[in-house]
Design a binder for this molecule. Structure first.
Ligand SMILES: [Zn+2]
Length: 392
């Protein structure tokens, strides 16, 4: 397999050759050929927070291995080559079943195994307070429990890669250090923790802030508060939902500057409503929800209360260019190499020898030639296979 495209980082036209699962060679095309009409090629997009797609949710008690396979391959259309199925707060039995089903899907299907880089367990050890709790059901929120976590990890076949929790519960620091020692990335999220609790969590090994700026109180004491505390903590990388609805543009710009672009990653946090046409739907945990024409996902009957996210990760890349002074390379790396390096054995790279997980896309204005348009995926290559689109 061979194609010609422009590198997302150097903007140089290149010819990329793929053999079996790997990038065999990348040859720069010199001379008078500018390649300005070529699509971009980048390491495949990596989404660390996907709750579902196309009407299916990983936290659904009736989740099947077929559902996992369908969600996994549906993400090919959005240029996502690897992702973390994300399971939110629920009863032990529902969580255990979800872990076992996702693990079984990976064992039964190479399509799933090539796409699922692990599981993100978001909860159930989160804040019970309204605001930070988000849409997590209060009756299932609980303090951290090492024995329960081990049983869930066992059901998952060791595939839990990220645990999002709030360190506001007693015994959190000790729990975090035990979890971090097993190689699981501990993230702070859905939290109302104070300054000391956040410091203790990071000292114990927490390394990520989950969707910083969301899953928070509507009104917050000016300082200190858990947003400043996490922003200023250089040992924490921050994941951001930059779908144009969860964070206002000025907040995205400010968070990226304060945190530094190297410590920011993009997540979609899409629910099962992603990939559904605009309309009203009944949702098991939230009642009726509406997918608006502009992609905003809200509780039915109003526009303010979000019912989660429904826009793919690629929208976050385009929005990052619109809302901040970051360039294409930086915005793409927030959605590919950087999240990948947090969870994968082999981080995504556009280099010979790397696994051929690549996204080829068009993004008007990305080279500074005009206003930023929408990122459209031209082709997706997963482990050396063309799984979406056609080669340029
Ligand atoms: Zn969340």
């Amino acid at each position: 397999m061979e194609f010609v495209a422009r590198r997302y980082d150097t903007h140089c036209p290149v010819s990329v050759r793929i053999e079996n699962r790997h990038i065999r060679s990348i040859e720069t095309l010199n001379g008078t050929f500018s390649g300005a009409d070529l699509p971009w090629v980048a390491p495949g997009f990596v989404d660390l927070q996907v709750n579902g797609y196309g009407g299916r949710e990983f936290a659904d008690p009736s989740l099947s291995v077929e559902d996992v396979a369908e969600i996994s391959t549906a993400l090919d259309h959005d240029g996502v080559t690897s992702y973390l199925p994300t399971v939110t707060t629920h009863s032990f039995e529902t969580l255990r079943r979800a872990m076992a089903t996702i693990a079984a899907a990976g064992e039964q299907s190479s399509d799933v195994a090539d796409r699922v880089a692990g599981i993100h367990l978001e909860g159930p050890y989160t804040s019970a307070e309204d605001g930070p709790r988000g849409a997590h059901p209060v009756e299932h929120v609980r303090p951290p429990d090492w024995d329960e976590f081990q049983r869930l990890q066992e059901a998952a076949g060791g595939q839990i890669r990220i645990l999002t929790m709030s360190p506001e519960h007693e015994g959190s620091a000790q729990f975090i250090s035990r979890v971090a020692e097993t190689g699981v990335l501990v993230a702070i999220g859905h939290t109302s923790a104070n300054t000391d609790q956040i410091h203790a969590a990071v000292d114990a090994g927490a390394r990520l802030s989950t969707h910083l700026g969301n899953g928070a109180h509507g009104q917050l004491r000016r300082h200190p508060n858990y947003i400043w505390d996490q922003l200023a903590e250089d040992r924490l990388v921050a994941s951001l939902i930059v779908d144009g609805h969860h964070l206002p543009p000025a907040v995205v710009k400010t968070l990226v500057r304060a945190k530094s672009p190297e410590r920011c990653i993009l997540v979609s946090d899409i629910t099962g409503m992603a990939g559904m046409p605009p309309g009203r739907y009944s949702n098991s945990s939230l009642g009726d929800v509406v997918v608006a024409e502009d992609g905003r996902l809200v509780i039915a009957g109003q526009r303010q209360l979000l019912a989660g996210a429904a826009r793919p990760l690629r929208d976050g890349i385009a929005n990052m260019l619109r809302f901040t002074d970051q360039d294409l390379r930086s915005a793409v790396e927030m959605a590919s190499t950087r999240p990948s390096s947090l969870v994968a054995r082999e981080a995504a790279r556009l280099e010979p020898g790397a696994t051929a997980d690549l996204t080829i896309f068009r993004l008007p204005g990305a080279d500074g030639s005009g206003p930023i348009g929408d990122l459209e995926v031209f082709a997706t290559i997963n482990a050396g296979k063309l799984v979406f689109g056609s080669l340029p």
